[in-house]
Design a binder for this molecule. Structure first.
Ligand code: HSE
Length: 416
């Protein structure tokens, strides 16, 4: 049976107005009543009609409501709002991955202590179901690995670049469509995906929130040429965030990868997110769907409201225990094959120098391409390596940067 829920929404941006519209649209949502909104300013895209609006978002907590929906974003004010709401006896629903990543341990413990629920389905992959599924439906499983394309904006940009659109144009489109963060550098530099994999790692592998420092890299350096070289070997470029059991430790990383074009993740384009999960009982499976935008996020938020309306006596989720927290395996000790892109002087002996640096670092070359010409007597050299340690590759990159004949070098790791 569904109980009626009285709701206060904090925030009045793209996501909050999207939620408002969806709640008003469907007769299925009749038991979900919006009592008030906390909005510092009006939003021309949505008129809240007769609903009471507080200019101080904290006033929402004092209303007679069952649940506060935190949609203000950011970390510190959001943390204060969530804590105050829980301390005032209100359940909280949030789509805010940054606040969960930074303060999840403290906030989930507070919710537990107060016998209240802090739900966050929309914080990862927007409405594509993953949080309650990991927490509840996979309860019988040991998860060994999660590989996620977890940022809709970067997948939108990369798949458009693959079709010849420039990075800048694709980013503007992603902003116009409401996919990007208010500060899009969080999408582009891999931080948003890192927050999301941190949350999934916590639910599946009991890591901490905040997570310890791990390798985070964005898509800023990916160029049209990389897609062209990748395509020669049926590969494409995606941004991937991965967590994996590694003995008593875990792997945690967020960076661009070269991946088989025809793989389940490699084939997902546009704003779609994809999450591949490996477990002992189910083997490998994939969840994919729209990972950003007002409709998709509203879907995730309403799924939490429905879960809450059905679970008055017991939690709709199982939270991580935050004990025996596994350490993160040092990134330098991980093994990858690499795509290495170099721009070198077009003269005799430079290729031999490149080979020598690989050889001195015990890096075995799988393939090498040198066919294009750039301006100013430069040529691109592209090398695919065999499997080596990250530390070996970092040493070789340092060696490349010390040569006057080698002007530029970058790598993309290859994900199998
Ligand atoms: N900016 C985020 C993305 C929104 O593009 O995935 C959803 O979390």
């Amino acid at each position: 049976m569904n109980h009626n829920l009285k709701i206060g929404i904090c925030g009045w941006g793209n996501v909050a107005t999207g939620l408002f519209e969806q709640l008003n649209k469907s007769p299925k949502n009749q038991s979900l009543e919006i009592v008030c909104i906390g909005a510092r300013r009006d939003n021309p895209i949505c008129d809240p009609g007769e609903i009471k609006v507080h200019r101080d978002i904290f006033d929402v907590i004092d209303e007679e409501i069952d649940v506060v929906i935190e949609l203000i974003g950011g970390t510190e004010t959001a943390r204060e709002l969530i804590s105050k709401a829980l301390n005032a006896g209100k359940h909280v629903i949030t789509a805010n991955k940054a606040v969960l990543y930074e303060h999840g341990n403290e906030l989930l413990k507070l919710a537990n202590q107060k016998n209240l629920y802090l739900l966050f389905e929309a914080a990862v992959a927007a409405g594509t179901p993953i949080i309650k599924m990991l927490s509840n439906d996979l309860g019988a499983n040991q998860v060994s690995k999660i590989s996620g394309m977890l940022n809709g904006t970067t997948n939108y940009i990369l798949s458009n670049m693959e079709n010849g659109v420039s990075f800048e144009v694709a980013l503007e489109e992603a902003k116009d469509r409401g996919y990007a963060e208010p500060d899009p550098s969080l999408d582009i530099n891999g931080t948003d995906a890192a927050h999301k994999i941190g949350i999934l790692a916590s639910l599946a592998l009991n890591s901490n929130l905040p997570a310890d420092k791990f390798h985070i890299e964005g898509i800023e350096n990916i160029s049209a040429a990389d897609f062209k070289y990748a395509d020669e070997f049926d590969l494409t470029i995606k941004h991937l965030a991965v967590t994996k059991k590694a003995g008593a430790q875990i792997e945690l990383r967020s960076h661009p990868v070269l991946i088989d074009k025809n793989s389940s993740l490699g084939g997902l384009s546009g704003v779609r997110n994809g999450i591949q999960i490996n477990t002992d009982l189910l083997g490998e499976f994939l969840i994919a769907g729209s990972g950003a935008g007002r409709e998709s996020t509203a879907s995730g938020l309403i799924s939490d409201l429905i879960a809450l309306s059905k679970h008055v006596e017991s939690s709709p989720m199982n939270y991580p225990e935050f004990k025996d927290i596994p350490q993160i395996k040092p990134f330098e000790s991980l093994d990858f094959s690499y795509y290495v892109y170099l721009e070198v002087q077009d003269q005799a002996g430079v290729l031999a120098l490149v080979s020598q640096i690989f050889s001195e670092n015990q890096i075995s070359i799988d393939k090498i391409l040198q066919k294009d010409h750039l301006a100013d007597g430069k040529v691109p050299v592209v090398v695919f390596t065999d499997l080596i340690k990250e530390s070996q590759m970092q040493k070789a990159l340092k060696n490349f940067s010390e040569q006057s004949e080698i002007y530029f070098s970058k790598i993309i790791r290859i994900e199998n």
